[in-house]
Design a protein around this ligand. Structure first.
Ligand SMILES: [Fe+2]
Length: 228
């Protein structure tokens, strides 16, 4: 994925997010240079990997398979192990029309996936089998805003704006915007995208970036290189 395309997606996403009345925190708008200057003060941003995250899952077909994410807050895995403190995280995401976030599950993270506005959010759901793989047989039961819903393996759950689903570790899920682009909220357990995503197909979590212009803002995947 070219950096110029990443920059363009950031601009488009910012407009879309604002059009739904959600505003990103100040650090979203710092330039790479400003982040470097503020480095001594922003260990909490770098360490928790807060910020811009655009992925094509390493496949180079962002329009068909990809996701825009911005991690707004993220707690501490140490707190999670201890069982107290900052055990939560929040993201704002955009799935474009028919843009797939591929089938995956989490080991640690429970997540509420929330349609915060726009089109319909479609999610294909499966349970895990005894080996952790996709169970193509058993019915899936999930809570949607506190209400239990039961559907066949691989059926599509559709959420209108305002609706959400609670996905527990082991719930296999893929999702996309149906009929248009969707603004998606995620409220979850502490998030670790380096270790806690298991994909059904052998794909990556992050994009390979070709540097054809300067970054408008750093992606979380850039932090390792910029703040070694
Ligand atoms: Fe997920």
């Amino acid at each position: 994925m070219k950096r110029s395309r990443v920059n363009e997606i950031i601009r488009e996403a910012d407009d879309f997010i604002r059009s739904h009345g959600f505003v990103l925190p100040p650090f979203a708008y710092w330039t790479p240079k400003e982040m470097v200057e503020k480095r001594p003060l922003i260990g909490g941003i770098i360490g928790a990997r807060l910020g811009w995250d655009i992925t094509d899952y390493g496949e180079g077909r962002f329009e068909e398979m990809g996701l825009f994410l911005f991690t707004v807050r993220n707690g501490s895995e140490e707190d999670l192990r201890r069982g107290g403190g900052m055990c939560y995280a929040e993201k704002i995401m955009i799935s474009r029309k028919d843009q797939i976030s591929p089938m995956h599950r989490h080991v640690v993270k429970a997540e509420d996936i929330i349609n915060r506005g726009g089109a319909t959010l479609a999610l294909k759901l499966y349970n895990s089998g005894p080996d952790g793989g996709i169970d193509h047989e058993s019915d899936v039961e999930v809570a949607t805003d506190g209400v239990l819903r039961r559907q066949e393996a691989g059926a599509v759950l559709r959420l209108a704006p305002g609706e959400s689903v609670t996905l527990l570790p082991g719930n296999w899920h893929a999702f996309w915007g149906e009929g248009g682009d969707v603004l998606i909220g995620e409220v979850s357990t502490v998030n670790n995208d380096l270790t806690d995503n298991i994909f059904a197909e052998p794909i990556g979590r992050f994009a390979d970036i070709e540097e054809d212009e300067d970054p408008l803002h750093l992606l979380v995947a850039d932090y390792g290189k910029w703040f070694a």
